[in-house]
Design a protein around this ligand. Structure first.
Ligand code: SF4
Length: 209
């Protein structure tokens, strides 16, 4: 059984601060020591600056800036110079356009395609060759993508359409801060929230046992 958690909350008092917290609320149970611990983490590295700049951009450009513009604004305010792009070859054209936009905004750009290294999927992953008929036997290589961008000493890495799991490995091995411009959804034109919006109708099947 799932424990009660924020998904079960109808109050959202952490945002509104005008009612009582529910019994299972993790905000309600926070001790002073735990709050101090979290505050300390915001003082580490440049976490406070990242947090402040994100909040400033949210406030100043709320419902005005696209995500492309938000990323540019974030990188500028963070005084970042070199942007890495970890791109899926299925969204290569989009990654080129993004690189062009970044260049226009005076960023240095280095992009790495997901198939970099051209390594053999069955050899590295142990996957049966019969399972490579649709997508081929050249593996997506998020660890190498991250390592190359680490060597390039990028200030920020932007993910464009890496598959689920591949993106996880990229986040795991990237030295630089990461953000995602495009979250891949091969069925929903890269709008994964579409399945949630339609879960009462066309995607009802997702809620079936
Ligand atoms: S933190 Fe507490 S108040 Fe906020 S959504 Fe979760 S349960 Fe609700």
């Amino acid at each position: 059984m799932n424990k009660h958690s924020c998904k079960d909350c109808g109050i959202i008092n952490c945002k509104n601060q005008d009612k009582k917290y529910p019994k299972f609320c993790p905000t309600k149970d926070l001790t002073d020591d735990e709050i101090i611990e979290i505050e300390k983490l915001y003082n580490e590295d440049n976490n406070r600056e990242i947090s402040r700049i994100s909040a400033e951009i949210e406030d100043e450009f709320y419902c005005k800036y696209t995500r492309v513009e938000e990323i540019i604004e974030f990188a500028k305010r963070m005084k970042m110079n070199k942007i890495g792009i970890a791109a899926c070859v299925g969204l290569f054209e989009e990654s080129r356009i993004f690189a062009k936009i970044l260049t226009k905004h005076n960023f240095e750009v280095y992009s790495v395609a997901c198939k970099v290294g051209s390594m053999n999927k069955t050899e590295i992953t142990g996957l049966d060759e019969s399972k490579t008929k649709v997508t081929g036997n050249v593996m997506c290589n998020p660890i190498l993508q991250a390592k190359i961008l680490n060597d390039e000493k990028t200030d920020l890495n932007v993910i464009i359409g890496l598959c689920v799991g591949h993106d996880s490995l990229f986040y795991k091995y990237s030295d630089a801060l990461c953000t995602t411009l495009v979250t891949k959804d091969k069925v929903l034109a890269h709008n994964p929230a579409g399945a949630l919006y339609q879960s009462n109708t066309y995607y009802k099947k997702l809620l079936n046992d």
